[in-house]
Ligand binder design. Structure first.
Ligand code: SF4
Ligand code: SF4
Length: 327
């Protein structure tokens, strides 16, 4: 068994559902697409995406001498069982803070690799530094980028056969100076499907794989620190943190399986909460309730803003189903 196969097996033992390797070389195509996206202003107020864009597409900027990029995906799906009369929190934010959970798993994988291969240099990334994890996961063969701009793991791909499908996955990356055999980039297609485009309540998917953050509920509820535009606020319906519509309608997610990682199980305080509770929270309540959750990394002020919008929407429409696409 090669070193790479041994590492892959260790990744699955740790709970990752998909694994792949890309060559640690500059990706000019990804860089150019990112610049074009920025050029159209689709990043909204996320100015951090404008800083040092080459860093996202060149592993050697982060680790001189890097030879491989190991990409891992971890299933986070949980069966939503949501009702329109409860506030909606995106599925990814219902368990413990995924940055910490996935980073701990990556560090554990590094420990296992050191047992197998001896010492080596590395850097880990879980959506907190300037590195384009999704693009690198595609290059490492884990999946393809769908029209909804998510990384989609097609069925019958290798990897862990029960959990590796669809887009409800966190991505983690290890840049290393170990030389590992690279995989071919992920292939797959949306075919004639346009369900995510049709279902997006704010028409935020402006082209294949391109989302204009200025129109996206997920961006506004988690990144926008200012007032949320009125038409976006109305489309939020009962959403208080994130939006999963373009993933929930995706046929690749129709057979998603519930994540087995205990730290990613939905917190009953989050999935079972009432909108009145959220609107009336104090900052201290917020800090203690979301201390171990991704929501706790965001500001109390933004969260209460979202909750008040959802409260108004729910009060106005409390026959309220999921948001409807604009006419
Ligand atoms: S997250 Fe919601 S608002 Fe954003 S693109 Fe997907 S469906 Fe549209
Ligand atoms: S809903 Fe359809 S078009 Fe959208 S990402 Fe999924 S397969 Fe592709």
């Amino acid at each position: 068994m090669t070193l790479k196969q041994q590492i892959e097996n260790e990744a699955y033992k740790l709970g990752f559902s998909a694994f792949g390797v890309a060559l640690a070389e500059y990706d000019p195509v990804g860089h150019s697409k990112h610049l074009s996206w920025l050029g159209r202003g689709y990043q909204g107020s996320m100015e951090y995406l404008e800083r040092g864009p080459r860093r996202r597409f060149d592993p050697r900027v982060h680790l001189p001498g890097a030879r491989s990029v190991i990409a891992c995906a971890m299933n986070y799906y949980s069966n939503p069982e949501d009702t329109p009369s409860n506030p909606y929190v995106s599925i990814y934010a219902r368990g413990e803070n995924y940055h910490a959970v996935v980073r701990d798993k990556l560090e554990a994988l590094v420990g296992e690799i050191k047992h197998l291969a001896g010492d080596f240099e590395y850097r880990t990334f879980v959506d907190t530094s300037a590195f384009a994890e999704k693009a690198w996961a595609r290059k490492a063969g884990i999946g393809f980028i769908g029209r909804n701009a998510m990384l989609i793991i097609p069925p019958k791909k290798k990897h862990n056969p029960t959990a590796a499908r669809g887009s409800f996955h966190f991505l983690g990356v290890i840049i290393t100076d170990l030389a590992l055999e690279p995989d071919s980039p992920g292939i797959g297609t949306c075919g004639e499907c346009s369900r995510c485009i049709d279902a997006c309540p704010t028409d935020a998917i402006v082209d294949d794989g391109i989302v204009d953050s200025n129109l996206c509920i997920s961006y506004h509820t988690t990144q926008n620190k200012d007032e949320i535009p009125r038409d976006i606020a109305a489309a939020m319906s009962n959403m208080v943190f994130g939006c999963d519509i373009c993933q929930l309608v995706c046929p690749y997610n129709s057979r998603s399986v519930v994540a087995t990682e205990p730290h990613l199980r939905p917190d009953p305080q989050i999935v079972g909460c009432e909108i009145d509770e959220l609107v009336n929270m104090t900052e201290r309540d917020f800090d203690s309730r979301f201390a171990n959750n991704s929501i706790g990394e965001f500001s109390f002020k933004m969260f209460i803003r979202n909750a008040k919008i959802a409260y108004t929407n729910m009060r106005n429409t409390l026959n309220g189903n999921l948001p409807k696409k604009k006419a």
